[in-house]
Design a protein around this ligand. Structure first.
Ligand code: F6P
Length: 324
């Protein structure tokens, strides 16, 4: 391996810049060439490349977003698109690709590597923390802190007005952000797709909470395009059944994807970037870098793509006890 391409792909997440920096500087340290690929696979198809050296990544460790930009490429989902991408990679003299992204990006990387016998390495970058083979993805910790900060603020106004707030958080179809930020922010109830409690249980819990003397409440709801509750329908349902509640909805949305990464995400990104490049140098192709029990490890890309993550049942129980 002499020349490595690095890209960010799919939904961006805080810590992606720190990971780019780490990949670029590890290449420089080992005297490998590093090529930045703009806009993920779309940039690979279009040959949107820029050689990067240690100085190209100055002053980015603390920045949210990604200096390489990101995209979800439709063209790369087709064989024709991937063939063009491979031709561009060869033209550029790339020997391997580091893809910083989520499961969709890794699926693309896996197919690309199988079709062309091309070495790839994944670094998990997504706020959702929904990737098998790592206990934490880049950006997850930052997103949790962003959500907790937002809920703390919502709590102020909720309590001033004795209101119930439904706060919708991101996470595609997984409840990790909702569950962890919900516990961290002291939510009354946390609705996640993995544990559908049903609306009646929510009503019961809200009744109990009022009866126990609480005047305002925060309910965290995980978004879930396929699986989750529609937060506005929930609001209507509660207002119809519990008229004593004045309800408001706050959808946090894309602000959860921005902001300066936490120290945890920066350190994780730095460690993962080193492992990604050095594993490629050692011939450990087609893996994803992950963290397990504080150790940086490799997980075969196929497992990372196909494996299912599980929600933390113990934390669900903790949350139940905390709402007593
Ligand atoms: O996967 C990251 C994520 O932010 C999800 O939490 C969310 O469902 C989705 O991306 C939003 O995607 P887009 O940026 O395309 O609206």
């Amino acid at each position: 391996i002499r020349k490595i391409g690095v890209m960010t792909s799919g939904g961006d997440s805080p810590g992606m810049n720190a990971a780019i920096r780490s990949v670029v500087r590890t290449c420089a340290f080992h005297k490998l060439e590093c090529i930045g690929i703009y806009r993920g696979y779309q940039g690979l198809i279009e040959g949107d490349f820029k050689p990067m050296d240690a100085r190209s990544v100055n002053n980015i460790i603390h920045k949210g977003g990604t200096i390489l930009k990101s995209a979800r490429s439709k063209e790369f989902r087709t064989k024709e698109g991937r063939d063009i991408a491979f031709a561009k990679a060869k033209q550029q003299g790339l020997d391997a690709l580091v893809v910083i992204g989520g499961d969709g990006s890794f699926t693309g990387a896996m197919i690309f590597s199988e079709e062309n016998d091309f070495p790839v390495m994944g670094i998990p970058g997504t706020i959702d923390n929904d990737i098998y083979g790592t206990s934490s993805t880049l950006g997850y910790d930052t997103a949790l802190n962003t959500v907790v900060d937002a809920i703390d603020k919502i709590r102020d106004t909720a309590s001033s007005h004795n209101r119930l707030f439904f706060v919708e958080v991101m996470g595609r179809d997984v409840g990790n952000i909702a569950l962890n930020a919900g516990v961290g922010a002291g939510a009354e109830e946390i609705l996640i797709p993995e544990e559908n409690l049903g609306r009646d249980r929510l009503l019961e819990s809200l009744k109990r909470s009022r009866a126990s003397g609480k005047s305002s409440s925060i309910v965290v709801v995980a978004e879930g395009v396929e699986t989750g509750e529609n937060v506005f329908a929930l609001k209507d349902y509660v207002e119809q059944n519990l008229p004593e509640y004045e309800v408001r909805v706050s959808v946090l949305g894309h602000m959860q994807r921005g902001g300066s990464p936490t120290c945890w995400d920066r350190v994780l990104a730095s460690r993962m970037g080193v492992k990604a490049v050095e594993s490629l140098m050692d011939g450990n192709y087609n893996n994803m870098v992950g963290i397990q029990d504080t150790k940086i490890v490799l997980c075969p890309l196929e497992k990372a793509v196909k494996g299912k993550t599980a929600i933390d049942k113990e934390l669900i129980r903790v949350s139940d006890i905390m709402t007593t």
